[in-house]
Design a protein around this ligand. Structure first.
Ligand SMILES: NC(=O)c1ccc[n+]([C@@H]2O[C@H](COP(=O)([O-])OP(=O)(O)OC[C@H]3O[C@@H](n4cnc5c(N)ncnc54)[C@H](OP(=O)(O)O)[C@@H]3O)[C@@H](O)[C@H]2O)c1
Length: 247
């Protein structure tokens, strides 16, 4: 009886000491497209802080400055299936956090949509070796009081192209097969600034999430926690999730 207690106690002590250094097997190696961007940068920092190996991808990898031995910068284009297939092979998770529009401000030119279709093409080449992908979505694709927020945006504007690009990207994943994906959309406007780490957030479906005061705000830091939690757990795949404040 006494020996059993001592053994259990010893196990608890060892696990609590090594626990923080045991890396999550589902997300040992994470590739982040958009690592130079406002949102992607914080996602990289969150992944590194948890001990993951991170490859940050940029069209200009010299611009990526993360002072961490587990970080590697790689050149790459999120809209090029060949480039994606070469870059993501061997990774556990890929995060796509990109932004950009074309000269005509059409949804089809939006980098988010082009990246989603390029990833799907790359997946058809990689087959079973395709990593799980999390694409950062747009908050305006969520519904507020039953209305899709982006439906008020005038066609031809950059805002419209960005919003529709996010929507088309989501639809492209919904029609894809053969690999796991999640689109994560934070409430619109909420992750524009860094904000505070609180470790608190809530996941939902198609509707914007509000706290009990009716506020939609979630910090970029907390959004990054939600993204890396998803990378490690894969609790919701084949679906878009809304990310907002706790109630
Ligand atoms: N819900 C919200 O409140 C909210 C708020 C902000 C952002 N977002 C969404 O989050 C995503 C990221 O936004 P952000 O503010 O971080 O954007 P950002 O600061 O403008 O950064 C854009 C990123 O896209 C990358 N990129 C663009 N074209 C690329 C390509 N062809 N290949 C590889 N990378 C490419 C850029 O990388 P390089 O230039 O280094 O190649 C850059 O890192 C967007 O989809 C945005 O709509 C949502």
């Amino acid at each position: 009886m006494r020996l059993g207690f001592i053994r259990t106690l010893a196990t608890v002590v060892v696990l609590s000491l090594v626990g923080p250094f045991v890396r999550n097997a589902l997300a040992e190696k994470i590739v982040v497209y958009g690592a130079s961007g406002g949102v992607g940068r914080v996602i990289v920092e969150e992944a590194l802080s948890r001990g993951h190996d991170v490859i940050g991808v940029s069209r200009d990898p010299k611009s990526l400055k993360f002072d961490n031995p587990r970080f590697t910068a790689a050149p790459g284009d999120a809209t090029d299936p060949d480039s994606i297939a070469a870059t993501v092979r061997g990774a556990d998770v890929v995060v796509i956090s990109v932004r950009g529009v074309g000269p005509g401000n059409t949804p089809q030119e939006a980098v988010t949509f082009r990246a989603a279709t390029a990833y799907i093409k790359a997946a058809s080449r990689l087959g079973k070796a395709t990593p799980y992908v999390i694409q950062i979505g747009g908050g305006v694709t969520l519904y507020r009081h039953g209305v899709r927020i982006m439906d008020t945006f005038p066609p031809g504007t950059e805002r419209y192209a960005v919003a529709q690009g996010h929507w088309l990207a989501m639809e492209a994943y919904q029609h894809s097969t053969g690999f796991d994906w999640t689109v994560m959309s934070a409430n619109t406007g909420s992750i524009q600034e860094r904000g505070e780490y609180t470790g608190r957030f809530r996941l939902g479906n198609q509707d914007e999430l509000v706290d009990r005061k009716g506020e939609t705000y979630i910090s970029r830091q907390d959004f990054a926690i939600a993204v890396i939690d998803m990378a490690e757990s894969r609790t919701v795949t084949g679906k878009r999730v809304a990310v907002g404040p706790p109630y």
